[in-house]
Design a protein around this ligand. Structure first.
Ligand SMILES: NC(=O)c1ccc[n+]([C@@H]2O[C@H](COP(=O)([O-])OP(=O)(O)OC[C@H]3O[C@@H](n4cnc5c(N)ncnc54)[C@H](OP(=O)(O)O)[C@@H]3O)[C@@H](O)[C@H]2O)c1
Length: 330
């Protein structure tokens, strides 16, 4: 067990503290809800206080039993927890119902952060394969996005949500919407790992006091089948990472997490078996400048979540989701 108060925090734009590392809770279509709940219970005992949940992970009811149990037995106080959830793409027109269900299932009274999970209302069924398409899918719309966001702003004024998060955004989409929001987003959750660093996006967020939260911080070796392509690179097997890990006598996973922290990114690794070691990455010695540079040089544009299942009729291919030429496709 790690003494929770020794884990450093990041500060959000409004001064609120958020633990510098959190626990992911997406079972990647492979780990059943009970097993994820078991990991969250172990994570709480190990010292985690930040949990990255989502309506579409299909396990918030099981995680809620764990949170309620820990609160009831006095193992933790509600104000010590930082519980995040996300509105799934099929609920953009009824955010309140989605948030109220998440709060009810998580048994947490309010959410410390509620994210718009994807900036499109395009949804796919759980366990779908890479060729699955929803004919109702649409390209990004500034007015639909800002309307979804406005609904979360209302939840903030009702006291049900403390901070607003956005996810899977790009610089052009941020440019299009940021000036139209009453409450500033506190964080942006996005794919970030050594082989996919999104330096421009990270710098853009930091310059605007929006905390970058890195999902798949280890390169998600057990991600869903639909997100695996033969040309994908395995982050944790990169020789530079293996070499640095050997020096510190830790697994390369720990170096991925330490690197994220030192570049000002909050990582949310998922783990059933290694969560305590992951938390300890926040307390290990600092990587040297040279090690940070060696890891920076692993960047190779290896986006793992291409998002094919969110494509709309008429879209060219998954690159259209990510505005790579600096304009919003649609
Ligand atoms: N906003 C979004 O759209 C979005 C998208 C994807 C993910 N997320 C969030 O990000 C979280 C993390 O992403 P992820 O779960 O896909 O990928 P990840 O955290 O990069 O990788 C998790 C995998 O790494 C293994 N692992 C963890 N720690 C390890 C260690 N110390 N040594 C060796 N192996 C280790 C885990 O195995 P063990 O269980 O055996 O340890 C698990 O298979 C998700 O759970 C979810 O909360 C958000």
């Amino acid at each position: 067990m790690i003494e929770t108060k020794t884990i450093p925090s990041f500060r959000l734009y409004d001064g609120a503290a958020i633990p510098c590392i959190g626990m992911g809770t997406f079972g990647s279509d492979r780990v059943a809800p009970d097993e994820v709940a078991g990991a969250v219970a172990g994570g709480l005992r190990a010292g985690y206080r930040l949990f990255d949940c989502a309506a579409c992970y299909g396990n918030e009811d099981k995680l809620g039993e764990v949170f309620a149990g820990a609160l009831d037995e006095g193992a933790v106080k509600r104000e010590e927890l930082f519980i995040m959830s996300k509105v799934w793409n099929d609920m953009h027109r009824d955010v309140a119902a989605s948030a109220e269900k998440s709060i009810r299932e998580l048994q947490c009274g309010y959410l410390d952060m509620l994210f718009i999970h994807w900036p499109f209302p395009n949804y796919h069924a759980p366990f779908c394969d890479v060729n699955s398409r929803n004919p109702d899918s649409k390209p990004f719309s500034v007015s639909e996005f800002t309307d979804t966001y406005r609904q979360i702003e209302e939840l903030v004024s009702r006291g049900l949500v403390r901070h607003i998060g956005i996810s899977n955004m790009t610089v052009p989409k941020l440019d299009a919407v940021l000036g139209k929001l009453k409450i500033q987003p506190a964080a942006c959750e996005t794919e970030l790992h050594p082989c996919f660093q999104q330096e421009e996006l990270v710098a853009y967020l930091k310059a605007r006091d929006i905390l970058p939260i890195g999902y798949m911080p280890l390169g998600s070796p057990r991600r869903p089948e639909r997100d695996i392509l033969p040309e994908d690179v395995a982050d944790m097997e990169q020789p530079a990472l293996v070499r640095i890990a050997e020096k510190y006598s830790v697994h390369p996973a720990i170096i991925c997490l330490r690197w994220a922290l030192q570049r000002g990114v909050l990582p949310i690794p998922f783990s059933v078996h290694n969560y305590e070691a992951n938390l300890a990455s926040a307390l290990m010695p600092e990587l040297t400048q040279e090690e940070m540079r060696d890891i920076a040089s692993l960047e190779c544009g290896n986006r793992l979540v291409k998002g094919q299942v969110f494509l709309w009729p008429g879209a060219k291919d998954w690159h259209d989701l990510w505005d790579e030429d600096g304009t919003i496709a649609g």
